[in-house]
Design a protein around this ligand. Structure first.
Ligand SMILES: [Zn+2]
Ligand SMILES: [Zn+2]
Length: 128
């Protein structure tokens, strides 16, 4: 690929705004990414930088959502598990109702465990 301004120059990177090739002279370095020097691409660079700054905040929100999901899923799972016991004691046999409830219970508990495992990927970053 070649620089979009200098046809003879080999591109060293691609602008994150317009996805055009940039030579070493045209690259504007934003430390996490590069852009060309056009104003609209500078503008997208500023927006991108803001989004990167907000990333820890997103982590905290995801972390909270997952924690809530774990609690809800495990509670619902236990309710279904309890329903299995109740249905079993009423019917006196492990019938289709028991099977359905235990299936639901397992599904919710698995969801709860998956959310629990995901929490580690979104650590709650405390403000220093
Ligand atoms: Zn650009
Ligand atoms: Zn160039």
């Amino acid at each position: 690929m070649h620089c979009f301004k200098h046809q003879e120059a080999i591109a060293v990177g691609v602008c994150c705004g317009c996805l055009k090739g940039l030579c070493a002279n045209c690259v504007v370095d934003h430390s996490n990414f590069i852009t060309c020097d056009r104003p609209e691409c500078q503008e997208s660079a500023n927006i991108a930088r803001e989004l990167i700054k907000q990333a820890p905040q997103t982590n905290v929100i995801t972390n909270k959502v997952l924690r809530k999901a774990v609690v809800v899923d495990l509670i619902v799972g236990l309710i279904f598990l309890f329903a299995v016991v109740v249905a079993f004691s009423i019917e006196g046999t492990f019938g289709p109702i028991c099977a359905a409830f235990s299936g639901m219970s397992i599904v919710f508990i698995i969801y709860g465990v998956i959310s629990l495992l995901k929490i580690h990927k979104y650590p709650e970053i405390k403000n220093k």
